[in-house]
Design a binder for this molecule. Structure first.
Ligand code: MF3
Ligand code: CO
Length: 253
């Protein structure tokens, strides 16, 4: 069952989401050659606690960290490590979530470390743009798979591939709520979207083949061909005024 959230509940989810957005923004500044993913994780946790929020991933199904740090051919759920030192030319996905007052927010970005090659850049921009293609379909009257289809079409038209094994999800009083939101599929299927539905939409796309595998650590998902992967995620509410991106910071002019 997909829970419909009142405007008041959406504002509670937004509170969590804005903390996530602000922390990701601050982490972005720290992504540069020489920093370890361990340091990024420590910073994310510290910043959440400072804001009275709880890191949502830590302890979730036994995940031991606050942040997921997926570097280069890692797709999602890369684990922070003192041994992973970022270097010029890498790309890194930072995936972060918190809860506060019982409500959750979840977002991810893929960032360049210094200068990256044109293929890597095209992969990252296509992943980000595909997220916005999906978000645009999170509108009353559309069906769930319209989001999926828009993402897949955008990505495959540009010669990249869509990861099948991981999906977006409902979010609110838990990190993961129904429905699952695949990043591929035919249009016009699944539930009709209604005001008050809140989704974490999160395309993961690859430079080479779509296939992924999970490493022996039981968390890190990597591409089978070890070519690059990128991941972007926003928490979005379906509203009378269209999709409301809850994990987007207000732009100040
Ligand atoms: N953003 C990811 C997701 O929605 C992060 C989950 S990592 C976990 O699935 F550790 F919490 F599982
Ligand atoms: Co998510």
């Amino acid at each position: 069952m997909i829970i419909l959230r009142s405007q008041r509940e959406i504002e509670k989810i937004r509170k969590a989401c804005l903390i996530v957005a602000e922390i990701l923004e601050r982490l972005k500044e720290r992504v540069q050659p020489g920093i370890t993913t361990w340091d990024l994780d420590a910073l994310s946790e510290e910043m959440a606690i400072e804001r009275s929020a709880k890191p949502a991933f830590k302890g979730y199904h036994g995940y031991p960290y606050s942040l997921c740090t997926s570097v280069n051919f890692e797709v999602v759920h890369g684990m922070p490590s003192k041994k992973t030192v970022l270097k010029e030319g890498d790309i890194i996905s930072l995936d972060f979530g918190v809860s506060i007052d019982g409500y959750f927010g979840d977002s991810a970005v893929t960032l360049p470390v210094g200068q990256i090659n044109p293929d890597a850049l095209a992969l990252c921009s296509t992943a980000e743009a595909s997220l916005y293609e999906g978000i645009a379909r999170a509108a009353i009257g559309n069906r769930l798979s319209d989001i999926s289809h828009a993402i897949q079409t955008y990505v495959e038209t540009r010669g990249f591939s869509v990861v099948r094994e991981f999906v977006g999800h409902g979010i609110g009083q838990a990190l993961h709520e129904p429905p699952q939101i695949p990043n591929y599929g035919p249009p016009g299927k699944g539930v009709k979207l209604k005001a008050g539905m809140v989704f974490a939409i999160e395309p993961m796309i690859n430079l080479g083949r779509a296939d992924v595998e999970v490493l022996d650590d039981r968390w890190t998902a990597v591409t089978v061909d070890r070519r690059l992967s990128a991941h972007f995620e926003h928490t979005v509410a379906v509203t009378q005024n269209g999709p409301d991106i809850l994990t987007r910071l207000a732009v100040s002019v």
